[in-house]
Design a protein around this ligand. Structure first.
Ligand code: EPU
Length: 331
């Protein structure tokens, strides 16, 4: 394993922020993980996959441990086991090609397998936690591997134990229970529209294809327009706030999630009401087809992008009294 110094990270974050890191190590295998310096403190290391959920606001004065994209998937004891560096969508394709169900609704989510448990990736009514059996982590302080069960991962909406940052862990592999007899989940309205005949159950592959079509129609491809997916989480709103907003907006979107009985509203809707859909200042802005997507039109710096998100947060707070919380990790 080679450690590079003063390395540029522009090609390692999907918002294409031009910044540098102090040291940069490329990991391609378990033996590379095992060669990492054991004395590095948690705050001195940043584990980076494809950087698809990250806003870098300044140079990174840490050792960046880059998990290099490399597909490696096996089946062990009926579980599908994937190496952290496997591109997530490659795993979905691998599964649907073998008629194994469970993650087809998560097609085309950017990023690598190792990042998926971090925020319990979810889309179109399905979350990673629905099929995940274990997460294997490497502890770079002790050199040991440890397996966390689904329950131990403490999954909730875009959240898991891995967000606490208080363990010297790098996710090395995950194990999933993907099966040919899982019911498909078409609960999300745009998916139902794609399969209107209730007597014809689509294959996992057809569902994955439909999800790809929906995502491509409203989310920008980071290779064409740098972005990090949904920038904010959908916020929980209390009854009083709902009533107050509904006096002016009967169309306030409301939904519950499986994680709570509390109601959530759409962060995209709030941002659109505040005029941020398609809003742009210099090269920092929000996508014109989906208000929740922060985009870099070219040379926006991390600070330019951060300023735009702060402005949007403030506007939503002032107009609706709702505090938006970042889904993307801001460093
Ligand atoms: N909407 C607007 N304006 C917009 C876009 C959307 O008002 O510009 C409103 C509409 O009412 C729409 C509602 O927002 O019905 C929901 O929009 P959408 O279906 O696009 O979903 P979302 O809540 O914005 C969430 C996830 C996405 C996931 C989709 C589909 C979060 C923060 N985001 O987005 O996840 O793909 O649902 O399940 O939960 C991601 O995490 O990066 C991500 C893309």
């Amino acid at each position: 394993m080679k450690i590079k110094h003063d390395h540029n990270l522009k090609n390692h974050n999907t918002l294409a922020v031009d910044c540098r890191c102090e040291r940069f190590a490329e990991i391609e295998s378990l033996s590379d993980l095992e060669a990492l310096p054991t004395d590095t403190k948690i705050t001195e290391m940043l584990v980076l996959g494809s950087g698809s959920n990250l806003l870098l606001t300044e140079d990174v004065n840490r050792l960046v441990v880059h998990i290099k994209p490399r597909k490696y998937i096996t089946v062990v004891d009926n579980l599908v086991v994937a190496w952290a560096g496997t591109p997530w969508h490659d795993l979905v394709t691998w599964a649907v090609d073998r008629n194994l169900g469970g993650i087809e609704n998560l097609a085309l989510i950017p990023g690598l397998v190792g990042a998926a448990p971090f925020q319990n990736i979810g889309a179109y009514g399905v979350e990673l936690q629905d099929s995940l059996v274990f997460v294997e982590v490497y502890n770079w302080h002790t050199g040991d591997y440890h397996r966390l069960s689904n329950e131990e991962c403490m999954f909730s909406y875009r959240h898991s134990i891995f967000k606490y940052h208080d363990q010297p862990w790098i996710i090395s592999r995950i194990g999933l229970d993907l099966r040919p007899n899982r019911p498909v989940n078409l609960s999300y309205a745009p998916l139902q529209e794609k399969f209107p005949n209730p007597d014809r159950t689509p294959t996992y592959k057809q569902v994955a294809q439909a999800v790809c079509d929906i995502r491509r129609s409203k989310l920008p491809d980071p290779a064409e327009l740098p972005n990090a997916g949904s920038f904010f989480k959908n916020p929980v709103v209390d009854e009083a706030t709902i009533k107050r907003i509904q006096r002016r907006h009967k169309d306030l979107p409301l939904f519950t999630t499986r994680h709570s009985h509390e109601q959530k509203t759409s962060a995209a809707w709030l941002l659109e009401q505040c005029g941020f859909k398609g809003h742009r200042e210099g090269d920092a802005g929000f996508y014109d087809k989906h208000a929740l997507i922060l985009v870099n039109h070219g040379k926006a710096s991390g600070q330019d992008l951060l300023r735009m998100t702060k402005m949007a947060k403030r506007a939503v707070k002032v107009k609706y009294g709702i505090e938006l919380e970042e889904e993307v990790r801001v460093l």
